[in-house]
Design a protein around this ligand. Structure first.
Ligand code: ZN
Length: 146
């Protein structure tokens, strides 16, 4: 179903708001898990910092970075979405988000994605998929301790 221009504008505003006023922006002092991701084709860079509780919940999660609005907005929305979640929950959300932005099947739990669903338009732009996934790949690496 094609989106109305008004809805498109609204989506654009939410994405721009996250990129201009990123949530959970900054570093977590060590000890913490950290990973760096970059996307040379667009010039995006993201560093993620996270701290887990002893039972594997994401207790704190922050990021720094620079780059296009999609990469920064996706990172900002991600921190809001997976902070406080268990590793398994965060991975389930990441997989659903990946499906949405790659147009690779329906998400298992669309409601859990919240605002992240607004980024589904990138599936038409393969270069932008890398932007949208950058922060998520970095979190995956941090969780794996790479
Ligand atoms: Zn980008």
């Amino acid at each position: 179903m094609p989106l109305s221009d008004e809805l498109r504008d609204l989506y654009q505003q939410v994405i721009l708001d996250h990129s201009r006023n990123p949530r959970n922006h900054g570093e977590i002092p060590p000890p913490c898990l950290h990973a760096h991701g970059d996307n040379p084709s667009c010039g995006d860079e993201i560093d993620v910092y996270l701290r887990l509780t002893e039972d594997g919940q994401i207790e704190d999660l922050k990021f720094t970075g620079q780059g296009c609005a999609i990469s920064q907005a996706s990172a900002s929305m991600m921190t809001q979405k997976i902070k406080g979640k268990s590793k398994a929950e965060a991975e389930a959300i990441r997989e659903d988000f990946r499906r949405v932005v790659m147009g690779d099947g329906a998400p298992a739990d669309e409601d859990a994605l919240g605002e992240l669903i607004l980024l589904e338009g990138v599936q038409k732009f393969p270069q932008r998929v890398k932007c949208a996934m950058l922060a998520w790949r970095a979190v995956e690496q941090a969780l794996e301790g790479k």
